[in-house]
Design a protein around this ligand. Structure first.
Ligand code: F6R
Length: 261
């Protein structure tokens, strides 16, 4: 079962996750971070950047792999995930850009971009901690409903709902690419620790489905139930539809402090 921690707000979630990641970097200076984009992880990236600066954490050897990328956006497009990761993570934390990988979404070579990315993750020794958001339709990465739990990095077609959800980053919905390249659910499940963040009432159904719903490819988020170390950090609104909410709160209150998340 995933550990569910209900926090006061997004900043509290960001600080809790950032503390855990800083601890990882202190023990493993070349730690491999799995980096999600979208709105959800931003408070975590802010908290991480603040702690790195205030505590003088050495991040010079930290490595990273983005979860996904749009296919076909022009190089340097401000909403390409390469640009977003550079703007929101690499620059604020002071990471070495050479050590941060993003799937190659350019049309040239797209046929083998997924396999190339998988090889790079394996060569790095795998992902230590994978940061995740969740789509309103339950997607993890861009693994839309129906994605195999064994899937690896590959090109996928975004659902119309995801394109509508992401239209806020573009001039119009029709500007949101139809295709993406995403780590598979199988890739995500190989990471050693999953930290899934979700905030707001709009994510309540997706969170309940992921944590407590039947494990099914129709519900990609439910793949986390197969992972031995998955942490779900949610605010009250995103936790609202969890049946065992009282137990999650009780377990967290009684958790030995040495365990961390
Ligand atoms: C982003 C990603 C997606 C998002 C999800 C939620 O790299 O893989 O799964 O995490 O679409 O997006 P936000 O956080 O914008 O609600």
């Amino acid at each position: 079962m995933a550990e569910v921690v209900v926090v006061e707000d997004q900043d509290a979630a960001g600080e809790l996750a950032a503390r855990s990641i800083v601890q990882l970097i202190r023990s493993t200076p070349d730690a491999v971070l799995g980096l999600a984009t979208g709105s959800t992880p931003l408070p975590l990236y802010r908290a991480l950047a603040a702690t790195v600066a205030s505590d003088g954490v050495d991040v010079s050897r930290v490595r990273g792999f983005a979860l996904d990328e749009y296919v076909g956006l022009p190089a340097g497009h401000p909403e390409s995930y390469r640009s977003v990761i550079t703007r929101e993570v690499v620059e604020p934390l002071g990471l070495d850009p050479q050590r941060i990988h993003v799937p190659n979404g350019s049309l040239e070579g797209i046929e083998h971009a997924g396999a190339d990315y998988e090889r790079a993750i394996v060569a790095a020794g795998g992902v230590d901690v994978q940061i995740l958001g969740i789509g309103t339709d339950g997607h993890l990465g861009f693994n839309e409903p129906g994605s195999s739990f064994a899937s690896l990095t590959r090109v996928k077609t975004l659902t119309e709902q995801t394109r509508r959800d992401n239209a806020r980053f573009f001039a119009s919905e029709s500007d949101v690419p139809v295709h993406c390249i995403t780590q598979g659910l199988g890739t995500i499940l190989r990471a050693r620790h999953l930290i899934l963040l979700a905030f707001g009432a709009g994510k309540a159904d997706a969170v309940a489905g992921a944590v407590e719903g039947p494990v099914s490819a129709s519900n990609p988020g439910s793949a986390i139930q197969l992972h031995p170390h998955a942490t779900v950090l949610v605010d009250g609104a995103a936790a609202a539809n969890l049946r065992n909410l009282d137990y999650y709160r009780y377990a967290w209150l009684n958790k030995p402090s040495w365990q961390g998340i």
